[in-house]
Write a protein that binds this ligand. Structure first.
Ligand code: GLA
Length: 672
């Protein structure tokens, strides 16, 4: 983690422009009381910093920077380019984003810009340059924050400017050869052939299904355009403000698929992520854990910053549940347990006006005599107590491969079943591994796999030959590889890999499927062979033949009755498993028990579905995090010192229901 940042930073977005000056001194007093040491300033301040085309006003920001510095609070300074001011859209309506069905998205909300707009970029870079020149050597400056959640509301723009940019991108991808585009897009189908790049459009609303490869390329293009917005600002900041790290906040959570964050991460000096729980979902800690591990994947295994989450309710869900007592602390520690070196929130003071006035903040509307405030202060003390974990990171034996391109391809229309959702198997296998005390990295398929004993390949619909070769090599070298249904189906152009499914993985897995047998909504089948009695499965079945593999479990009923549902093949020193159906949670648990044994994985003590146990490993110490999401006391046989209570534990750590512990282990855990 860059040294300009506090060790385990605590704070959040600070929007002083929403408040009269009298509030600002109180803000800083209360920030100090709460132990805030990092704030993100200026995220939506463009209209304040540049009230007109040739008018600039940095006075208020100078004051804020100086006063925060005097209060010993560091600043993550935004480039303020996320929400263009009204005057810019008024002068240049051509920079507004347009939806797939041709509707313009007007100013009045935020992020009303087309990511390909040269006008937007020119003005954004002027602002970024002015800020960098003014504040590059300010002592409060710890980090630059480019834009905000790039792509949050404008990830895909279908306007004419975007169309032209898409064509330029396509010319590059296909070496200016329209025949190559025709081939990749399979335009022999439905008379879609192009004679010239100039005929090509974004996949705007069409009479029926748009060309899938056109859609896929448009997703690639859209992600690249947004990344480019980051890169051009970053380059300005690196030039004018060398040595100060640059970030932008990701949205690695289930709802967000548009940005290829596993590629984006390589461009950031430090990765940061925003995470919000979905209130309607029971057991949101599981999705949080997956997202946090995926965030670490985007950071190439290094520590990262939790840039935003919420102290309690948000405003943008249909029913905005308040967090239960202790929940915010558990959420925060769960991110730290998985590599976050900062716990920051949206936002410091809950707004009194605007669309987010019912969003919780560190300082609630009701003030400091509140449970929320007391928990904020408690969290801050707790982070101080565990500060020594900063810089360490989990080191895991298991990996889940995750690929945004496979996600995009998997969820295109006109597929065998709309119930095949890309993150579904990845999250369920992650849940089961976590509950059995197995730490998991969530990584891009191009990651070096040689250190892993278990590699999970969920729903990798689109896969390259290189990935298949790397997985085969991993299995040959002794790893257990497990592939789930609807993997290996197409190449990078979304063309079917012929000869039987699962296409690219047929040889590795030793199976050949001649037909998919997807199940109807509400239909389930029984599968036996995974321990005693049958387990349920739904969504998917296959007409599968063994071709070198053995059947470990078979369908009892349904369209594939009597056929293999789970198979295994010995490959070199390792094994390759195939799971041809969507097992229910109990089935996945049983499968994972077998995989853990097969791969010889270490299981952290005391873990269960409700008790999260993870380990961070440093140079000469390791820390076991225990987060008890249940009501019952958890018992964990660990030796060391619990940094939360300061007590020595000798194999008898007890964590009350809802509580947390962070134990510096007497005997440091694995660090290889
Ligand atoms: C996002 C944004 C913030 C705020 C929060 C509300 O994360 O970055 O500005 O809108 O959502 O949850």
């Amino acid at each position: 983690m860059p040294t300009s940042l506090p060790a385990l930073a605590f704070g959040g977005d600070y929007n002083p422009e929403q408040w009269p000056p009298e509030a600002h001194a109180e803000d800083r007093t209360l920030m100090r009381e709460a132990g805030v040491d990092l704030v993100t300033l200026g995220v939506f301040s463009w209209a304040w910093l540049q009230p007109g085309p040739d008018r600039w006003d940095f006075g208020w920001l100078d004051e804020q920077m100086d006063a925060l510095h005097a209060a010993d609070i560091k600043v993550d300074l935004a480039t303020a380019t996320a929400s263009p001011p009204a005057w810019l859209a008024q002068r240049h309506p051509e920079m507004l984003p347009v939806t797939q069905d041709g509707r313009t998205l007007w100013p009045g909300g935020r992020q009303a810009f087309c990511p390909s707009s040269p006008v937007y970029r020119e003005h954004a870079l002027a602002l970024c340059t002015a800020l960098a020149e003014r504040y590059h050597d300010h002592p409060a400056l710890a980090l630059w924050h480019v834009s905000n959640e790039l792509g949050c509301h404008n990830a895909r723009c279908y306007c004419d400017v975007s169309a032209a940019a898409f064509r330029t991108w396509l010319r590059q991808r296909y070496d200016d050869d329209v025949a190559r585009l025709n081939d990749a897009w399979g335009t022999a189908f439905w008379s879609q052939r192009y004679d010239d790049f100039e005929q090509v459009l974004p996949p705007r609303v069409a009479p029926t299904h748009a060309n899938p490869t056109q859609q896929l390329d448009f997703l690639r293009f859209s992600s690249d355009q947004l990344l480019d917005n980051f890169v051009v600002e970053r380059d300005v900041l690196h030039r004018i403000s060398p040595g100060v790290p640059v970030t932008t906040n990701f949205m690695v959570m289930r709802q967000t698929m548009e940005m290829d964050y596993l590629r984006w991460g390589r461009e950031l000096d430090v990765v940061s992520n925003d995470h919000y729980l979905i209130a309607a979902e029971a057991g949101g800690h599981r999705e949080l854990a997956f997202s946090a591990d995926l965030t670490r994947g985007t950071a190439d295994g290094r520590p990262w910053l939790l840039m935003e989450h919420s102290t309690s309710a948000v405003n943008w869900q249909p029913r905005n549940r308040a967090k239960l007592p202790g929940e915010m602390i558990r959420n925060s520690l769960a991110h730290v347990a998985r590599g976050a070196d900062a716990v920051l929130f949206f936002q410091w003071r809950a707004s009194r006006a605007g669309a987010e006035k019912f969003h919780s903040g560190l300082l609630p509307h009701a003030g400091t005599d509140t449970r929320q405030w007391r928990e904020v202060v408690e969290l801050s003390r707790l982070l101080d107590a565990v500060e020594e974990v900063a810089g360490s990171a989990p080191r895991n034996q298991a990996a889940i491969l995750f690929d945004y391109e496979a996600w995009w391809g998997c969820e295109l229309d006109s597929h065998p079943s709309i119930d095949v959702r890309y993150r579904d198997r990845a999250e369920d296998l992650h849940r089961a591994l976590t509950a059995q005390g197995v730490g998991v990295d969530v990584v891009h398929p191009s990651t070096d796999l040689t250190s892993y004993d278990l590699v999970v390949v969920p729903t990798l619909y689109l896969v390259s030959d290189e990935t298949v070769a790397a997985l085969t090599a991993a299995a040959e070298a002794g790893a257990t590889v497990v592939v789930t249904y609807f993997s290996g189906i197409v190449d990078e152009s979304d063309h079917i890999r012929l000869g039987g499914y699962p296409g690219a993985f047929r040889e590795l897995l030793g199976v050949r499927t001649t037909e998919f047998l997807p199940l109807l909504a509400g239909e389930s089948v029984q599968v036996e062979g995974l321990g005693e009695g049958a387990v349920s499965a739904d969504t998917w079945a296959e007409d599968l033949e063994l071709d070198g593999a053995e059947a470990l479990a078979t369908y009892v009923d349904g369209p594939a009755a009597g056929l293999p549902a789970v198979t295994r093949r010995a490959v070199g020193d390792g094994r390759a498993w195939y799971v041809a159906t969507r097992l229910d949670a109990a089935g996945t648990d049983r499968l994972v028990e077998r995989l853990v044994a097969d791969a010889g994985l270490e299981q952290l003590p005391g873990a269960s579905d409700l008790v999260e146990v993870t380990r961070r490993v440093g140079d000469d110490a390791s820390w076991l995090f225990v987060i008890n999401h249940g009501d019952e006391q958890a018992e964990v046989p660990v030796h060391g010192v619990d940094l939360v209570t300061g007590r020595e534990v000798a194999g008898d750590l007890r964590v009350p229901g809802g509580g947390v512990a962070v134990v510096r282990e007497a005997d440091p855990g694995r660090s290889d």
